[in-house]
Design a protein around this ligand. Sequence first.
Ligand SMILES: Cc1cc2nc3c(=O)[nH]c(=O)nc-3n(C[C@H](O)[C@H](O)[C@H](O)COP(=O)(O)O)c2cc1C
Length: 222
Amino acid sequence: MTGTVDTGSPVATLLEPVTVAGMPLRSRIVMAPMTRNRAPGGVPTPEAADYYRRRAEQGIGLVVTEGVLVDHPSAGHEDTVPRLTPGPAEAGWRRVVEAVHAVGGRIAAQLWHLGSLREPVDGRPAWTPSGVAEPGRPAGRAMTLADADELLAAYTTAARAAGRVGFDAVEIHAAHGYLLDEFLWPYTNRRTDRYGGSPARRAAFRPRSCARCARSSRRTAR
Ligand SMILES: Cc1cc2nc3c(=O)[nH]c(=O)nc-3n(C[C@H](O)[C@H](O)[C@H](O)COP(=O)(O)O)c2cc1C
């Protein structure tokens, strides 16, 4: 980082290198994902590459991108949130990844599905675990098992795209009341199939193959 830190200071440890899941990081500082709404048509611009490069060159060990929508109509509604689809969006992310790598940083793509927070802009209801949302939100429609398979495939496709682009890892967004978080809670997850019931079953809706995708991403990144 710029500036000096007293080597005796407790925060000095944050600046030491660390290896996480086989991925060497030059510091223990991870930049939190922050949505920017600056990707017209879902495509990260050259400005995004500069934005992430500036953060990485200050010594952040791992940059986590803003939420990137998985490629499914139910995932999100905003046109300025980035995607990771073949073509311009992948090319835009490749530019971002190369910019971060060029200054010695590492970068993970955060994969995102809004669940009940996806607005029904096209008249289609949001996809939710059980057709129940937090008070004040539209309930959405309860996902079938076939829907669940479709979405898990969309996560896998996104993670593979992240590998092609050269990301060092993916992070699965499973917080803040979005879809995967809605699966975790008994209020929003009232399913009686393999994705409902005990805490373990509520947590079973997750993209399992992503660890493999992330490993292949790391292999191709350097
Ligand atoms: C402008 C803004 C955008 C955010 N976008 C995302 C996001 O895309 N994905 C995510 O997981 N968290 C997002 N967050 C939450 C942050 O990553 C972080 O978890 C939150 O600010 C709390 O961090 P703290 O506990 O270090 O204060 C966002 C936060 C802010 C302020």
